[in-house]
Design a protein around this ligand. Structure first.
Ligand SMILES: C[S@@+](CC[C@H](N)C(=O)[O-])C[C@H]1O[C@@H](n2cnc3c(N)ncnc32)[C@H](O)[C@@H]1O
Length: 263
């Protein structure tokens, strides 16, 4: 019954392997709420008026939030060397000097801040450009950590030294992202299962990496159709290393490994 509830709310399909982990994580919620059984917890979630806010705790405990700075670094090289320079050439010709990137399923922020670093580097010699990154997740705990932008030293290992010196401030117990990056990134709660998304303007680029692996095929297709509607013509979508959009060829053209273009 939890499996269906979690799937209905978040689209996340819980595998048998993950069941043990989720039981352990949710046991803590039972203790916090003074409940004895999972059946009681289920009724609390679905029938008790206080259950609506507990849903947030439930979801925060079942999401997988693994992420890293510059994860799948070839995406960032492609962004820096080809995608953004092409946007600049076009924008300088048309006068449309605005770039919007969406980090969809941003977890604790390493992905959107990595995108922000690349944008800051590429646009540093191009004045008058308006570059913003929207970073969204369903999990409110990761969003809170992401907006603080504070990371233990260990997690900065993938960040090149030059970027670390430029875009992070060293503290007693790690590093905090600089105001330059914070200014570029806006964090918001957003559930991919919502029938529609509130963003009015289309995006040049969407990163939705290592998210759809947790979804079943119909949920994945539905989400990709929504992303399609939120991309500019010829906009790009970056997905995770084990994901593919080959079954949606009429909507997304393969550009290179895990990068597709809106058709
Ligand atoms: C494994 S992390 C990926 C983080 C980052 N994109 C990366 O590749 O490093 C997946 C993220 O997707 C989020 N997520 C899962 N289901 C979601 C949903 N229905 N709506 C929004 N975000 C969701 C999770 O909370 C989690 O933070």
């Amino acid at each position: 019954m939890f499996k269906e509830l979690i799937h209905r709310i978040s689209g996340i399909y819980l595998s048998e392997q993950k069941k043990k982990l989720v039981v352990a994580r949710l046991s803590r919620r039972l203790r916090a709420l003074n409940l004895d059984t999972f059946t009681q917890y289920y009724h609390y979630l679905t029938e008790n008026p206080a259950g609506a806010s507990e849903i947030e705790n439930l979801i925060n405990r079942v999401t997988t939030n693994k992420t890293d700075f510059f994860r799948e670094v070839h995406h960032f090289d492609f962004l820096k060397d080809e995608v953004l320079p092409a946007i600049i050439s076009k924008g300088e010709a048309t006068g449309n000097r605005r770039v919007r990137v969406w980090s969809a399923g941003c977890s604790t922020g390493e992905e959107p801040y990595s995108i922000a670093i690349i944008c800051a580097e590429v646009f540093k010699n191009h004045r008058g450009w308006d570059v913003k990154i929207l970073a969204t997740d369903l999990d409110t705990e990761v969003l809170q950590r992401a907006s603080h932008g504070h990371y233990p030293t260990q997690s900065l290992i993938p960040v090149p030294g030059e970027y670390l010196a430029k875009y992070f401030v060293r503290g007693m117990d790690g590093y905090t992202v600089s105001d330059t990056l914070k200014y570029m990134v806006t964090f918001r709660k957003l559930n991919f299962m919502n029938p529609s998304f509130p963003m009015k303007n289309p995006f040049d680029i969407i990163f939705c990496r290592n998210v759809i692996i947790y979804f079943d095929q119909p949920t994945k297709i539905e989400l990709m159709n929504k992303f399609h509607a939120h991309l500019k013509p010829q906009g790009l979508i970056f997905i995770g290393h084990s994901e593919s959009l080959m079954s949606m060829k009429e909507k997304f053209k393969y550009i290179k490994h895990t990068v597709y273009q809106k058709v």
